[in-house]
Structure formats: structure tokens, C-alpha cells
Design a protein around this ligand. Structure first.
Ligand code: GDP
Ligand code: FE
Ligand code: FE
Ligand code: FE
Length: 195
């Protein structure tokens, strides 16, 4: 049961809005992230309701068109540098604006956790770290290393942030993918230990 502090409705209402915004497969991923985030919130004495809401909305915008994101970047006067990137970064950073206007969620910590869920950041709140890790270890994920990541997350959330950051970056480099600069800042702090 939600307190109505962060979402002006019930969990069921939020879930049904999320469901209509995405494919059944992605919706299942979102429910998995919620489950993982609630567990991490309990393990780490975080706000379970905020973890649930942030998880349910984290990929809300993932299936929106490029032109939707470009329009929001312009009308909300977001950093024009964002226009050089694409869906992988927009669905979190620009998606947070859509979540605010379309779902009526204005809590800055929830919106920040959505903004940071893909590449992380040097500074991450407890909620940011929970969503970042839950997205990676949710029960529906299946990739080499995910079981190790789940075991680490049960023991130490910060270690899990480090593991995920290192392995995601290794994977992107292996695939010769472009690296979003903020992902390097996350790596320098959480993996290389640079203050
Ligand atoms: P998802 O939305 O649940 O699929 O997961 P994420 O939001 O964490 O990631 C979205 C996509 O962006 C995934 O395919 C990631 O591998 C990819 N991604 C994350 N960081 C980077 C990056 O720095 N560069 C590129 N090219 N892709 C990235
Ligand atoms: Fe995502
Ligand atoms: Fe992720
Ligand atoms: Fe996700």
C-alpha cells in the first residue's frame, strides 16, 4: 500500500499505466526490477515505497520515439548536448521529465534515481544505488556474471555497484560501443577508486 506521498494513486494504478507504455517483455523486466529493488531496500534500510515507485517507472520512457525525446529536450531546456546521444541515455535522463509530467511523480530523489539508472554517477544516493543494481540483477536477467552480481548485492550494495560498473564497461568496450562520458566518471570513482 502506497502512502500517496510520492505517487497520487495506488500501486495498481501506477502498474497499469506502466503496462500500457511498453511491451509485455519490458513490463516483466520492470516488475522484476521492482522485486529486486524492494529486497535491496529492506536489506539496506531504505524507503521501500520509494524503491518500488522508482523501479516501476525507471524504463517508463524506453519505447518512446526519438522525436518525443528531442521535443522534451527542447521544451524543458535540457542540456543541448543530449541531442548528440540516443535512446540508451534519453530514456533515463529525459524520461524523468516525462515521468514527472505524465505520471505526476515529482519526488526529486525518485526522478534522480531514474536519471542515473543507466550509467550511474560518482555521487549516488542509497536509492540511486538500489535502482542501478536492481536493474542489473532482477530475476529475469540472464547473462554471464549475473549470478555473481546477485550474490555480491546480497552482501554489499556498494560492491555490487562496482561490479556492475566494471562488467558493463568491459562489455561495451568489447563491443566497441561508444562510452557516455558520465559512465567513465562512474568507473573512475566506483571501480578505480579515484576520489
Ligand atoms: P535497460 O533499460 O533495462 O535495458 O538497461 P539500462 O538502462 O541500464 O541500459 C540501456 C542500454 O544502454 C543497455 O543496452 C546498456 O548496455 C546500454 N549502455 C549503458 N551504458 C552505455 C554507454 O556508456 N554507452 C553505450 N553505447 N551504451 C550504454
Ligand atoms: Fe533502462
Ligand atoms: Fe542498468
Ligand atoms: Fe531497466
Amino acid at each position: 500500500k502506497y502512502s500517496q506521498k510520492y505517487y497520487p494513486g495506488t500501486r495498481e494504478e501506477l502498474v497499469s499505466k506502466i503496462k500500457t507504455a511498453m511491451s509485455p517483455r519490458r513490463f516483466q523486466h520492470v516488475l522484476g526490477v521492482e522485486q529486486a529493488a524492494i529486497q535491496l531496500a529492506k536489506d539496506n534500510q531504505a524507503d521501500v515505497e520509494k524503491a518500488s515507485i522508482a523501479a516501476l517507472v525507471h524504463d517508463y520512457a524506453k519505447e518512446r520515439s526519438d522525436s518525443d525525446f528531442q521535443a522534451v529536450i527542447q521544451t524543458k531546456h535540457l542540456d543541448p548536448d543530449l541531442l548528440r546521444w540516443d535512446n540508451f541515455i534519453w530514456h533515463g535522463v529525459v524520461g524523468a521529465e516525462m515521468i514527472a509530467t505524465e505520471l505526476g511523480i515529482t519526488d526529486p530523489e525518485i526522478l534522480d534515481a531514474v536519471r542515473k539508472h543507466t550509467v550511474g554517477a560518482k555521487d549516488m544516493t542509497l536509492l540511486d544505488r538500489i535502482i542501478y543494481v536492481a536493474d542489473y540483477i532482477e530475476p529475469g536477467r540472464d547473462f554471464p556474471g549475473v549470478q555473481e552480481a546477485r550474490l555480491i548485492a546480497q552482501k554489499d550494495l556498494n560492491e555490487a555497484v562496482s561490479y556492475e560498473t566494471q562488467h558493463t564497461l568491459e562489455h561495451l568496450l568489447q563491443m566497441k560501443k561508444v562510452i557516455y562520458p558520465a559512465a567513465m566518471e562512474t568507473y573512475n570513482y566506483w571501480v578505480a577508486g579515484k576520489l
